[in-house]
Design a protein around this ligand. Structure first.
Ligand code: SAM
Length: 292
């Protein structure tokens, strides 16, 4: 008798075998119809939304691994965004908002509602959770006709390939919500907010664009504040401005991790969440020369 865990794993594998997928978590172009296969149906609820239990996977991965083998475009203009945003006019198909390490995508889909005129992209390294979000967006688009066309997700390692996907100064907002804390000092180099990557993030951010962080680990919050304020490309946004920003509220209550912290207390027993927002310093020259 197979265990429940084995059954969930097998169901996911059968679904993946039934849908022709690219490595970046998109369905292969030309493989119409993209309808839900019988193998997929098993993993959906009565309204065709994916059920989380089929999509849980190991909590951590090594973002510095050189064996991840992701496919990525050599230049941003080589990537085909029509797969992600088929109903959006070609000349408006520029991603403006990134949810880095989106997990189960609660923030990604909420931002799509908050900013219907901007394209939102959730990015995630783990295949199972990325597939969950793809199905979630599909179900939202089917239930709310004409809405959520500006939401999508992409599977990649954000610590390695962002400038391959996005043009210089194209991004209005980048979110880092409850990133993996990598507690041990020897693993701090795996943290997704670090000196080198901040330069890369500022390269793809428009002048005045905002970078958001939130975590339940006080030490990681202090790290975010220290790294961003000491970087010449960023300055911290005031508390008053954060209070007025609906995206801050969304990070606090719509992320799955934010909800988990509220329910269970998270890494600190009080269930506290620490956030900070930083503006790209437009008076400082970009520290990174054009890559391409
Ligand atoms: N942001 C979500 C939330 O708040 O509910 C999920 C937070 S979860 C603790 C951190 C997520 O970041 C995980 O899903 C993990 O797989 C993803 N992640 C970690 N390193 C990554 C990387 N280098 N590129 C893309 N995603 C990454």
């Amino acid at each position: 008798m197979p265990s429940t865990k084995r059954k969930l794993k097998t169901a996911f594998q059968e679904h993946m075998n039934s849908v022709p997928m690219e490595q970046d978590g998109t369905v292969k172009k030309g493989s119409e119809p993209l309808g839900i296969t019988s193998a997929t149906k098993v993993m959906l609820d009565e309204k065709n939304y994916p059920q989380k239990r089929f999509f849980r996977s190991r909590a951590h991965c090594n973002p510095l691994s050189h064996n991840d083998g992701f496919k990525y475009p050599l230049r941003p203009n080589e990537y085909d965004w029509s797969i992600h945003y088929p109903e959006v006019a070609a000349d408006k198909r520029t991603v403006r908002v990134l949810d880095i390490g989106m997990g189960f995508g609660g923030l990604t889909v909420d931002l799509a509602k908050l900013m219907p005129d901007k394209l939102i992209l959730g990015m995630e390294i783990r295949a199972k959770v990325c597939e969950y979000v793809r199905l979630r967006v599909d179900a939202l688009r089917a239930e709310h006709v004409g809405e959520y066309q500006n939401a999508s997700c992409l599977r990649t390692n954000c610590m390695r390939y962002l400038p391959n996907f996005f043009e210089k100064e194209s991004m209005d907002k980048i979110f880092f919500c409850f990133p993996d804390p990598h507690f041990k000092a020897k693993n701090h180099r795996r943290r997704i907010v670090n000196d080198n990557l901040l330069t890369e993030y500022s390269y793809i951010m428009a002048p005045d664009a905002l970078l958001y962080t939130i975590t339940d680990v006080k030490e990681l919050h202090d790290w975010h504040v220290e790294k961003c304020t000491s970087h010449p490309g960023f300055e911290r946004v005031s508390d008053e401005e954060c209070e007025r920003d609906p995206c801050v509220q969304s990070m606090l209550v719509k992320t799955e991790e934010g909800q988990k912290v509220a329910r269970q207390g998270g890494h600190n027993t009080k269930g506290e969440k620490y956030f900070a927002v930083f503006r790209k310093n437009k008076d400082k020259p970009c520290l990174m020369a054009s890559i391409f």
